[in-house]
Design a protein around this ligand. Sequence first.
Ligand SMILES: Cc1ncc(C[n+]2csc(CCOP(=O)(O)OP(=O)(O)O)c2C)c(N)n1
Ligand SMILES: [Mg+2]
Length: 357
Amino acid sequence: MQGSEFNIETIETLDPEGHLQRPLPEALRERDQLIKLYQIMVLTRVFDREAINLQRTGAMGTYPSNEGQEAIGTGIGFAMREDDVFVPYYRDVATQIQRGVLIEEILVFWGGDERGQNYQHQSQDFPACIPIATQSCHAVGIAFAIKYRGQDRAVVTTCGDGATSKGDFYESINVAGAMGLPVVFVVNNNQWAISVPLAKQTAAQTIAQKAFAVGIEGIRVDGNDPIAVFEVVSEALERARRDCQPTLIEALSYRLCDHTTADDASRYRDQQEYDEARALEPLIRFKLLLQNEYQWSEADDKALYDDSDQRVKKAIEVYQATSDQAPGEFFDYMFAKPTTPLERQKKAWLDEAKRHA
Ligand SMILES: Cc1ncc(C[n+]2csc(CCOP(=O)(O)OP(=O)(O)O)c2C)c(N)n1
Ligand SMILES: [Mg+2]
């Protein structure tokens, strides 16, 4: 028997040539708002390239690039209210920057220092989750607490296409539907889970349709279009806050980078597929929109890239001037009061570190 077919709409506002397919949402009718969207995407791109340079020169640890995913994070950040809660995975720089996480904090974290997740200006969002799909469960727990307390806010959580194969993800969307929780799941479908392509990951034709099995709303959006992402996430958040209705959003993108700096995608990825995806990437089309409709010049563009460069360079200076974390300190942040096994582990770790010093 063939799998079921669903007719799922894909929301698109901006085509690859930067032409608007539909009227702009009310909140994005001003030129300044559109420029802000572009600024965040450019800052994310500039940050990303510098982060890779830092890793390549031995100044930072393994890093998962955001190249090709800038529009998703930008649209999410624009759609969220300050008092909503963001529960991210590890490719969410664009949203985190908008939510007040400092660029230097992101660098400190990828430098292997947990203090980079102790955000100075953002105490309610969660740190980037590395274990796949576990954050879906956290998000549902937070959404339950919000509903239980009768608060007017909602949760947005992200994950990759591969993560949707995990039990944690299915269990989370199921609980969200069964309990009617104010949570929005955004799946960044970048077509790959390290070297495993989407077709090997699932026989489902779309990821959005996984929503229907658990009785929640499922929708697809062009993940190279920050305007469409903004619109879809805004509406989902509205439903979540107002009616405690969860939504699963599949944002279609392409991973225009290696999985992480520890990967070499040329060993498993077809060059032609990559080139086709590159032509659809988010920054090119957005610049075309600004040039065609909003008198954006090459000089404006250069000034924006220069400004982003300066911001990232300043953050790198702060990162490089950060003192080393005390050895074994990461054990101290696990629980409010350390447990005996943890203290034992810390001692063993410190003894071992001494032996290698
Ligand atoms: C629980 C768990 N299992 C395995 C891994 C190793 N791992 C890291 S990323 C990844 C693939 C994730 O792919 P996807 O969900 O599509 O996200 P993407 O990296 O493509 O954004 C895997 C298996 C992990 N981090 N956590
Ligand atoms: Mg993926």
